[in-house]
Write a protein of this length. Structure first.
Length: 284
């Protein structure tokens, strides 16, 4: 597996390697660090720390998308996200906002966000694509079938890689038709969303096919349940999220070697190391 040439998204950092996006969950119920950074001061402190470790982007989200999660109101999401985005952006940190709501996306960009990371790919909010088209920002469009409460009921695929590619292409076509500039779009195959553990592995191994869509790919596998299942103990229980970082690092190295444009990770330093190894390996 060898890296493809880096592909870049207009308006975002271009360091000549796979980007690393650090995660700030301003939520009480994240699967990975539930509640640790709900307080805005702690969230800002964590965002600063991720940036200090070398994160190219800091992704701030106010809605958990773990399986079964209940959505917060739009007002609550705004209350969680916008102050954190504003404070980090004011310090010169490149911030992305992780949201499925057009209202939140617009407010976060107004507060300084440079990227809208929409895990629904425009499907959860009818106003999202038109809103992004008006905003001076980049857009990550993810493969998506349903909200968190029901998404694991939607795992039927004929061939998961081919089907994800076809569905992503349809979402991309809708975004472009709404006026979003292709040069500002990256795609995310949606690891962990409406996919079984085996299907997640198939999608990761099929990144080359997804590159045929012609746009940069973001891979967000950090600490997700399919890694916990792989590392399950003798009792069959998945390894807890905070004990999945080594597997995340290995996955990040392989994704970077396969040509990913950006890796979204809870552990920035280790992921940057993984990207450095993948980049050097590909250059040999």
């Amino acid at each position: 597996m060898f890296a493809r040439p880096p592909r870049f998204v207009a308006g975002l950092p271009c360091p000549g390697r796979c980007l690393v996006m650090g995660v700030v969950n301003v939520t009480p119920d994240s699967f990975s660090d539930g509640g640790r950074f709900l307080d805005p001061d702690l969230a800002v402190k964590h965002g600063r720390a991720l940036a200090a470790e070398g994160a190219d982007l800091v992704d701030v989200g106010g809605e958990s998308t773990r399986p079964g999660a209940v959505r917060p109101s739009a007002d609550e999401e705004l209350h969680r996200v916008v102050p954190v985005v504003e404070r980090l952006a004011a310090e010169g940190i490149a911030v992305s906002v992780d949201t499925m709501r057009a209202e939140v996306a617009a407010a976060a960009v107004g507060a300084g966000a440079v990227l809208v990371n929409d895990v629904s790919g425009g499907l959860a909010d009818d106003d999202m694509l038109a809103t992004v088209a008006r905003l001076p920002t980049a857009y990550v469009l993810m493969h998506w079938r349903a909200h968190s409460r029901t998404m694991q009921r939607h795992t039927d695929y004929t061939d998961v890689v081919t089907d994800v590619a076809v569905e992503l292409a349809a979402q991309l076509e809708a975004a472009v038709a709404a006026g979003v500039d292709r040069s500002r779009i990256a795609l995310d195959p949606g690891i962990g969303f409406s996919k079984t553990a085996d299907q997640n592995w198939a999608v990761l191994s099929g990144l080359g096919q997804l590159h045929d869509l012609g746009l940069p790919l973001l891979v967000a596998a950090s600490r997700k349940r399919f890694l916990g299942i792989l590392l399950a103990g003798q009792d069959g229980e998945p390894r807890p999220p905070t004990m999945r970082d080594d597997a995340t690092t290995a996955t990040s190295a392989l994704a970077a070697a396969a040509g990913a444009w950006c890796i979204r990770s809870h552990s920035v330093r280790a992921t940057l190391d993984a990207v450095a190894v993948a980049t050097r390996w590909a250059a040999s």
